[in-house]
Design a protein around this ligand. Structure first.
Ligand code: SF4
Length: 416
């Protein structure tokens, strides 16, 4: 059963979007009645947040099986257990630099108190001196500031705007920008926890607020045995009903596509632009394990339909060129490798023999070589498409194209 919870506001803001649910909503509960849950509506919908401490928090996280809901899916419990001693800080990463993703902005703008509940609970449990919500855009910042002003327990909570851009949303880039440095990943792959920083994605904190209210057993009443609860997806591409949808983890892909009024899919892009292209098999379960078994990555919870009306290789070339331009240009794989990979995909779309082999070779060259995961993610995005799109590739190599226009089903650019 699907329910439309919210229609877009009458605005030109590219980040406004519909929100809907399959099954009973948890994170999006209440949005069927109001456009935004203020603190009193939030409390009427969810009830008060129970008190917690670190032991209870860890027991709930272990019992509820809550994986992180950011791109890497790193468990929050592991971050808590590896947090360095000394001064501690909580950062809510609301930068959402994935161009197709809207889920974090929907939470921060429309049901911000769930996110603040989760962040303040973690801060109290670990003895953090403050909480910072990092975002990329002024409208989201204003929405969070309004929520902060509504509650007396958020005095140590700051909202900061950090520079936009795809790699600027990476965890260590966010920490660096908040400390006055460049919004780029530093040269070493060390997690923020070594500096006492507990950084997690917006949805992770909101899910924690639900978990603390429900307890681990009720939290696990929906989802799969291995992955409890619901998740948010941003659904887009060739669909008649784009937006942010809350689903029980493990919901079949076909149900989401039907509810989104999808065109007949040629391929599905899952996980965003560090994610993968997968075949549109209706039975694929939308969980981390289900998407992994289909050869994909859950990543940022993005689901984009590439239909038969558009040139899939043209879509791939467009995004790969954009990814090459989004690097911080400080490591060899990004300076040299990604532009070469983008040129290969462009040449392939134009029917250039040899471009496929070159693309695989350049993807191997950049994989794992950067100071952050940007080259790895871009390589995965390209190679998963090339493994999937055999027929399209053959057609382009034989005929110099497929005759279909590139319609821009995969959005780029709205991250800054
Ligand atoms: S790998 Fe690329 S995006 Fe990542 S830090 Fe190096 S130059 Fe920047």
């Amino acid at each position: 059963m699907t329910a439309l919870l919210h229609r877009p506001l009458p605005t030109q803001d590219p980040f406004d979007t519909s929100a809907w649910a399959i099954g009973a909503p948890r994170l999006l509960a209440g949005l069927q009645h109001v456009e935004r849950l203020d603190v009193s509506t939030h409390l009427a919908t969810h009830g008060p947040l129970p008190g917690t401490d670190l032991a209870k928090l860890l027991a709930y996280l272990d019992g509820g099986g809550l994986a992180g809901r950011g791109g890497a899916g790193f468990p929050l419990a592991t971050k808590l257990r590896t947090l360095a001693d000394g001064p501690r800080q909580v950062i809510v990463n609301g930068t959402e630099s994935e161009p197709a993703s809207r889920k974090d902005r929907v939470l921060l703008r429309r049901t911000p108190h769930l996110v603040l509940d989760g962040a303040l609970a973690v801060a109290a449990a670990i003895g953090a001196r403050d909480v910072t919500v990092a975002v990329h855009d002024e409208q989201t910042a204003a929405a969070v500031r309004a929520a902060v002003s509504e509650r007396p327990d958020a005095r140590r909570l700051a909202v900061k705007i950090v520079p936009g851009g795809f790699v600027s949303g990476e965890a260590r880039a966010v920490v660096r920008a908040l400390r006055g440095g460049p919004a780029r990943p530093p040269g070493r792959r060390t997690p923020p926890t070594v500096d006492g920083v507990l950084l997690a994605n917006v949805e992770t904190f909101a899910q924690l607020a639900i978990l603390l209210r429900l307890g681990p057993h009720r939290f696990a009443e929906t989802g799969t045995p291995a992955e409890a609860g619901t998740t948010l997806l941003t659904v887009g591409g060739a669909v008649g009903r784009p937006g942010v949808v809350e689903i029980p983890l493990g919901t079949p892909l076909g149900i989401v596509l039907a509810a989104a009024h999808s065109a007949e899919p040629q391929a599905i892009v899952v996980g965003g632009y560090h994610g993968s292209w997968i075949a549109p098999i209706a039975q694929i379960r939308l969980s981390r394990a289900g998407i992994a078994s289909a050869g994909g990555t859950f990543g940022a919870g993005v689901l984009l339909v590439v239909d038969h009306a558009t040139c899939a290789l043209g879509e791939l070339a467009r995004v790969t060129g954009w990814l090459a331009g989004e690097s911080a240009r400080q490591c060899g794989p990004c300076v040299f490798g990604l532009p070469a990979l983008a040129a290969d995909v462009q040449a392939l779309a134009m029917g250039n023999a040899g471009a496929v082999a070159n693309a695989f070779a350049h993807a191997r060259t950049v994989d794992g070589r950067g100071a952050c995961a940007h080259p790895d993610g871009a390589a995965r995005f390209v190679t998963s498409a090339l493994h999937l799109l055999h027929d399209e590739t053959d057609q382009h190599l034989r005929q110099g194209g497929c005759g279909r226009p590139t319609l821009g089903r995969l959005p780029i650019g709205a991250t800054r």
